[in-house]
Design a protein around this ligand. Sequence first.
Ligand code: ATP
Ligand code: MG
Length: 569
Amino acid sequence: METNSIETRKDKKSGPNFIHQIIEEDIRTNKYGGRVHTRFPPEPNGYLHIGHAKSICLNFGTAEKYNGLCNLRFDDTNPAKEETEYVESIKEDVRWLGFDWGEREYYASDYFERLYEYAVKLIKKGKAYICDMSAEEISTNRGTPSKPGIESPSRNRSVDENLTLFEQMRTGKFPDGSKVLRAKIDMASPNMHLRDPVIYRILHAEHHRTENKWCIYPMYDFAHGQSDSIERITHSICTLEFEVHRPLYDWFIRELEIYAPQQIEFARLNLTYTVMSKRKLLDLVQNGSVKGWDDPRMPTICGLRRRGYTPESLRAFSEKVGVAKRENVIDVALLEHCIREDLNKRAIRVMGVLNPLKVIITNYPEGVTENLTAINNPEDESMGTRQIPFSRDIYIEKEDFMENPPKQFFRLSPGNEVRLRYAYFIKCTDVVKNQNGEIIELHCTYDPASKGGKSPDGRVVKSTIHWISAHSALKAEILLYDRLFLKEAPDEVEEGKNFIGYINPDSLKIITGFVEPWLHDAKPESKYQFERLGYFCVDKDSSHEKLIFNRTVTLKDTWAKIIKKRIGK
Ligand code: ATP
Ligand code: MG
């Protein structure tokens, strides 16, 4: 795998990506009568993740770009693992990302009858047969890439016998696993997928849509390409692992003499410090490593949404990573960079104190509250200002005070003056400690002439810190997230280990902090920048009784730093 570089990213910006180049050429040559019709084909066996978001943006975005259409198709050929809950969540996530499939919501299961007829057609052409071998036997007899497979004893059954047996498979005469329908292609093909692949299996299982109508189900490979064909998809965009399946899909289309879409493969999205496969994500949910599919540490779309990611940020991310032909891993810092860029433009700034230290401003009148004006977003004047209460007792961040500071510490320390954001200059006069010698309170004086944080006489303070007025401070539960995995490539597991072993034990820290009082009415999913600390999003379970914030990201943009460093080089 290669790691992404800024250089390749820049190249991608300069023109259409390779998929769009193919499409533009097809439009030019009128290959599909100039039509562009894509689809997003999830299997409803889990919640969608950021990799799917990439695929959604690519498929729906491509259709939009070329005035085409994009279908939403559920590839629901595996009744054992699929559920309606997943179908609903997938629809919600696609919609939330900002895409619309109109009336075009399809299911591979809608085509079961048609696929059955296709299978019958292959049997009649002598291109498919019923095989009595078990899955294990089929697998051992398949050979290896360098060694041809062994033909099944059932391979030369007559067409009539095959038709009868297939019909009987359908009517439920045989138990699970006792027979399969296989395509009759080439047991010596260098492409293993062409060595008489199984195309239908017996499974007495209830399907989330067709219920008990069927007890035989087409394999994914026999359903996917044909579904694309039935829907008259022009460009079937899929991930690289299907490149080796393409000759098989082409074989089916040719033998069935049906409409042929163009399959184009691209590299799936991989992120550092993240696992992406649905199987692994399900494992995290089931073994309790996270609280659910929408746990804000999950790379699922609903998890990212709960964390505070916006659809715009995920679309921008998808655009920035581009499409690649080779496997690569994207730095998760790029994803974080995208949400910072978006929230920087739109999030209201507020003050929140995560680790409070009480400060008493001894020369400020007792029992008085004054309102000071704070700017909602310095990036966008139209977002206006708000009033914040100031009083004698305030909270500041513990980290913003040091009793014996080193030279480079410009924040509050005995005798040192700092600016309270939007308020006044204050100077520390006394440090109050408990019996254990821990600091419990500071005494400060303020300069009434520095109202609004403006220097009254040109004197300079080197630091501005945030604060909250103690009497009106609103308590909030704040969930601080860190990466879920400690290892950059948690998928690359050492022998005898499991990816679960790389989970960061400190990926979630829950604290109680204080925020500005007006946030009492903050709605779930609303997003704020806590000045100097990061972006925070109101959790969906937050209420008047208990205000809950998820930290989306800190303000430190390591990606911006990476860019600077590389360009400087
Ligand atoms: P996973 O391997 O994560 O379980 P999948 O490929 O089995 O995912 P599907 O529901 O089959 O999941 O995927 C739906 C679509 O999303 C497919 O077209 C697939 O190629 C695409 N897709 C899945 N994962 C990624 C990814 N990491 N990057 C880009 N596209 C992806
Ligand atoms: Mg899949």
